[in-house]
Design a protein around this ligand. Sequence first.
Ligand code: FES
Length: 113
Amino acid sequence: MTLTASVSDQPGWLITPLGRFAVRPGETLLATLLRTGHVVEYQCRSGYCGACRQRVSAQQRQALTMIASPLACLAGDEILACCCRITASLALDPAASSPAISLNGCPRWHLSD
Ligand code: FES
């Protein structure tokens, strides 16, 4: 017997400047970004450190579902990539939506923001 994934098993797509990538079932946004060769900040992978934060719009947020409650402090337009999954097509530019992290762990937005 051969097991194949059906289209309905496909949770969604991640679309970035690097291309369009199929999301694997159960995979966090952070795992998808790392598996597909994106350079993103991360440390704990469990919502503590806040290093994987991404700034998202309300429309982008609709393509995500939270799977864990973040312990890091977040602004209203931020999510933690390790605490959510993609459930639809998500267009994201991780390089543009990641804040720089200062030495004390607080996000510092790039001067151009
Ligand atoms: S990697 Fe630490 S909060 Fe996501």
